[in-house]
Design a protein around this ligand. Sequence first.
Ligand SMILES: [Zn+2]
Ligand SMILES: [Zn+2]
Length: 251
Amino acid sequence: MIISTLILLSALVLSLNVLFRVKLLHRTWHTPNGYSVTCILSRLSNVYLVRGNGITVLVDTGLASRRAKLLKRLRHYGVERIDYLLLTHAHFDHVGNAAYVQQAYGAQVVVHRAEAELLASGQSAPFVPATRLWRLLLRSARNFAPAFEPCAPNLQFDTSLTLPGTHISLHHTPGHTPGSASVLVDGTALLTGDALLGIFNFSINNPFAISAEDMRNSWKTLATLGARVLLPGHGSLKRPAHLRRALRRAR
Ligand SMILES: [Zn+2]
Ligand SMILES: [Zn+2]
């Protein structure tokens, strides 16, 4: 009885989250120095288009199975050429179309040094459950690391990298995977990949982390970047208050 009530309550909380979640698809944020950030793919994993000052940037590419939809959305937004493709990490659901975008749109592919080899060999970074509880719940996910079309990156970075002549920078935010990165656009929007999740109302925790401690330290890094809006790789947007709350809980 108690268990079924708990299950029912959890289902209710989750469905409320789905009902009230802010729809990201086609939503655009503008920054003081003339950049726009638009979510152009949002089911399963999010893809963002960043434009301004004559530059076009794509952040992540989604699953290979969603390629037709991605191309349709790029056409919808009149994108014919992409200057940079920034990859938050080498998981198949974020880099599934990286090789295609590099080739078809002439994009320079940027990834953190720790994931460059995985990307070039088409191997997903390992999915490691973050806690003992998640290890139990996600037992079937063990050895789950689907392959994808290999993509040789054009640029790699270590701690951070500002794209030349822009207000767009990449920051190393490890924890989910060793080379996870977040993208800051003009001090306003922070595209976090899987360094934090937008799926749950009550938590930004990612159940997968190669190091839960690194992930918490990366939240501190994200907090210092001072963005107004946090745009995760999955789920809906988060605010700096969510980040502050998560940091307080992690203490
Ligand atoms: Zn991931
Ligand atoms: Zn992901």
